[in-house]
Design a protein around this ligand. Structure first.
Ligand code: PMV
Length: 326
């Protein structure tokens, strides 16, 4: 068992968050930040008889000291996720210690909850010698996402599992997932607002708006879907200016859906003024993260401007399959 395999990838949504929940297309890509998990079974290692009173333990290294991670429910939610996974895998009766090593900030729109679920599933599968297909791993992570988010589209668990750039659409008959070939890697800077936001809240707000004004909301979703189509073509041509333009338009429509925030607007504005070709919020919004693309020769200066302004940033690239298939 190679513990390095117990990984769930973080992701960015390049285009199409929120509308993807309503069956419209979205593009998502894994980033070079992941979550890894390890399982130890003390009783099995010591050769001792299992202690009936022993309890399983979930330890997440690092998140407590993460200033952007003050979610009182976070640890409890992660435990419910781990409990659900253990039950579904039929290993709930064996006490284990699950240790999780996140590189991803929590609740920042980078898919940390799905990445955590995938890493814990993989670690338990390996530890107990179970065999699960990649689709089954993704499906179980989807159930975990339902626990955390209520009505997830399924895009996060898909990218967290497969680690590939995809065009995604949720349909009643199942998810349509198309792997996208990216001819030239596209440099991306991710900027964190430092404001944590729960995707369940912003998804709920959009839902409330959609219920009141379905035709206006559907019109916006459909417009975003058109931008996704244009974005796919731009990605395939490696046309960064065209991709940047649709990202900017998508951000405007997300603002119309009221999932932006003053902090996100400030970040987007700064990224554009420092030479980004396109900048938008990514993921649930309401805080969380922004992504910006720029020409390869320009991306460091965009990131640097954001760093100097005090934002935490990450550099990543959109590629066909940045990490290789797990
Ligand atoms: O905030 P994140 O990283 O969980 O991304 C959420 C993306 C949404 O489209 C807003 C919700 C979903 O389930 O697709």
């Amino acid at each position: 068992v190679d513990p390095a395999q117990n990984v769930g990838y973080g992701k960015i949504i390049l285009l199409g968050e929120h509308s993807v929940v309503y069956g419209y297309r979205a593009i998502a890509a894994p980033i070079n930040l992941a979550i890894r998990a390890e399982v130890t079974r003390p009783a099995a290692v010591a050769g001792a008889r299992p202690d009936a009173a022993a309890k399983s333990e979930l330890v997440i290294s690092g998140w407590d000291s993460d200033p952007a991670a003050h979610n009182p429910d976070g640890a409890a939610l992660a435990e419910r996720v781990a409990t659900l996974i253990a039950a579904r895998l039929g290993v709930a009766d064996t006490p284990v210690r699950v240790e999780v090593f996140p590189e991803l900030p929590r609740a920042s729109g980078l898919g940390a909850s799905a990445a955590l679920a995938v890493s814990v599933i993989r670690a338990l599968v390996h530890s107990f010698g179970l065999s699960l297909s990649e689709e089954e791993i993704s499906q179980l992570a989807f159930e975990c996402e339902q626990l955390v988010h209520g009505t997830p589209s399924g895009i996060d668990n898909t990218v967290a599992t497969f680690g590939q750039t995809i065009l995604f659409r949720k349909t009643d008959a199942g998810n349509e997932i198309e792997e996208l070939d990216i001819p030239v890697p596209i440099p991306v800077v991710v900027g964190l607002t430092g404001v944590r936001s729960l995707t369940a809240d912003t998804v709920g707000r959009v839902h409330a708006g959609w219920e009141k004004n379905p035709q206006h909301y559907e019109a916006i979703f459909s417009e975003i879907d058109g931008l996704v189509g244009t974005g796919v073509e731009a990605l395939r041509r490696g046309d960064l200016p065209a991709l940047g333009e649709v990202m900017n338009l998508n951000h405007g429509l997300l603002n119309a859906l009221q999932v932006s925030s003053p902090e996100l607007e400030a970040l987007v504005d700064l990224a554009r003024r420092s030479g980004a070709l396109g900048a938008k919020l990514t993921g649930g919004g309401g805080g969380g993260a922004m992504i910006a693309i720029a020409e390869p020769g320009r991306i460091h200066s965009v990131a640097n401007t954001l760093d100097v302004a005090g934002y935490q940033t990450y550099l990543t690239e959109i590629r066909t399959s940045p990490n290789g298939r797990v």
